[in-house]
Design a protein around this ligand. Sequence first.
Ligand code: CP
Length: 336
Amino acid sequence: MKSFLNVQDLGDLKEALREAAEIKADRYKYDTLGKNKTLLMVFFNNSLRTRLSTQKAAMNLGMNVIVLDVNAGAWKLETERGVIMDGDKSEHLLEAIPVMGSYCDVIGIRSFAGLADRDYDYAETVYHQFEKYSGKPVFAMETATVHPLQAFADLITISEYSECSEYSENSDSSDKRKRPKVVLTWAPHPRSLPQAVPNSFAQWMLAADVDFVITHPEGYELDPAFTKGATIEYDQRKAFEDADFIYAKNWSCPGVTRPEDYGKILHDYHQMMHWTVDAEHMSWTNNAHFMHCLPVRRGMIVTDDVIEAPTSLVIPEAANREISATVVLKRILQSM
Ligand code: CP
């Protein structure tokens, strides 16, 4: 694997989940695979989970790790071509990328959407520049439109907690309820957030064997490139009925129907607090598990009682980030 951006890059999902289970049973099984190989993690944006879990994954595989926080000590980077660099940006990404590539064997990139230019963001311009100019395998640690390491960890978690899933060892193929119902719900937030997490979650759920429903206020339709085949239900209560997993996330307007609204918050969040996932919302479900990628704003996305309930999976979900990253790095190392 030379690049990891979309679910298709991983190939057969059942095989990927089998590998995840193998790694989880013995996360040091491949601890010599990365000997004398260096991972460079490049962060254009903040991180807690991705930084720690990916570094741990690399260490599981015996790799060396370098972390670069572009906005904390490096030269400020220009990313656009054709500009006269007379501002505060001292270095162009097109020189910086091959230089970075010369010091490492694999590169992870975190580069969020700017939410100003939809075409630029949805072309994954920064990620593809790394792909093209680094000369090294690259993988997304949340880019402008996707967060595949998160979605893979989410799928691992759902497979582990699905009593009726075909991914569960206890599954009975004759059980008509074997497809868990998974609901992605929009929830309010005071700031404009990218669509990377919901895009990837939708893409991965649609590739998995689950009954997948997305619910959000009108105007927040995600890009069909990620959601084609999903059921969209604007009535949040109806969407939650019989759900086995509730995955909450805020996202700003994807600009699908009105490109001029791209990246905007369409309604004052004070008017949207009825979308916050609370105990009443969870009572509409099939005693569903609550999921969120974290970090999460309590009282906005979810109430304290729901996130602290025994049915909440936010901690095991975050822990599975180490597993998803170990599988992805293992695949990359094995293909070098
Ligand atoms: N879920 C996630 O990617 O967390 P961080 O932003 O802290 O890395």
